[in-house]
Ligand binder design. Structure first.
Ligand code: BJW
Length: 237
């Protein structure tokens, strides 16, 4: 079925209408906290308690159920079930709203809020509740070595070989709710244009930095434009 496979890149914009903030919009995360403080290893070394507090607050929100999946997440889960080929969501998001919506083929290239990682044994494990400098690694038992399983600036995103393998054999690439500022995700559309044959579509509130590289662009709130696009796509099978 590789000839009918779909790769969907998602960013913070798809979760905005679920109640989660984007990063670079006027009311975004980077207007409140400094990238250097909470999204770099240097910031974590300087003040781990501050970084833990930042991610603990987000984890609490996700775990509270107050930020449920919206119709865009649900439409992508429906696509995976009904499309006669592979559908993979490659998300930059650390929330689990695609999982909650029912998607099962998901690659979290920037990590996951509901996982931790041990800097001593390199174990990766599911984490619920708060994490702190006194947390114990469930894999090796060490105290003080558990960090959020998040990819910060300067760190290598997860699953990159698998992601490029999927990109190289997809026939449709959708980019949803991402501003196209952060690499390597921002470079996926250029990578595909270099190959020539793939249909690429941007669905976003406004044109991203790479908007002119897409074959088609659709602008509006994800909760409206994504279900409409998926309905059309499934009707065209
Ligand atoms: C809606 C909507 C609605 C709103 N409906 N839409 C110079 C040049 C090129 C690259 C570099 C460079 N210097 C350094 C780099 C590399 C660096 C980078 O890209 N920097 C740039 C900023 C210049 N990248 C890295 O360091 C990455 N690692 C790396 O490159 O390793 C090397 C390597 C790569 C590959 C193989 C081998 C080696 C790591 C990047 C880590 C990013 N981490 C963060 C923080 C995670 C923690 C957290 O999530 O809290 O990830 S940064 C932040 O940005 C987060 C996001 O995933 C990421 C992308 O943001 P996103 O999703 O696009 O959000 P926004 O806010 O920017 O956009 C939202 C969009 O939604 C907007 O367009 C809105 O209009 C739209 N929207 N409401 C639809 N209702």
């Amino acid at each position: 079925m590789s000839g009918r496979s779909i790769v969907i890149l998602t960013g913070a914009g798809i979760s905005k209408e679920s109640g989660l903030d984007t990063f670079r919009d006027a009311d975004g995360v980077w207007g409140r906290v400094s990238v250097e403080d909470v999204a770099t290893l240097e910031g974590y070394r300087r003040d781990p308690a501050k970084v833990h507090a930042f991610y603990n607050a987000q984890r609490r929100l996700i775990e509270s159920g107050d930020a449920p999946p919206n119709p865009a997440h649900l439409a992508l889960a429906r696509l995976e079930k009904e499309w006669p080929g592979d559908v993979t969501v490659v998300t930059q998001n650390i929330d689990d709203l695609h999982e909650q919506a029912g998607s099962s083929h998901i690659l979290h290239m920037h990590g996951e809020l509901r996982k931790g990682r041990c800097e001593a044994c390199e174990g990766v494990f599911v984490w619920s509740g708060d994490m702190g400098t006194d947390s114990r690694c469930p894999a090796c038992g060490r105290v003080g070595s558990v960090r959020p399983h998040i990819v910060w600036f300067g760190e290598v995103p997860l699953d990159m070989p698998k992601i490029f393998e999927l990109l190289d054999r997809c026939s449709l690439f959708l980019s949803i709710g991402t501003s196209g500022n952060v690499y390597p995700a921002a470079g996926f559309v250029a990578h595909l244009r270099g190959k020539g044959v793939v249909r690429t579509v941007e669905l976003n509130l406004e044109p991203s930095r790479g908007a002119t590289l897409f074959h088609e662009t659709i602008y509006g709130p994800a909760s409206q434009i994504v279900p409409a696009f998926i309905d059309d796509l499934l009707a065209s099978r």
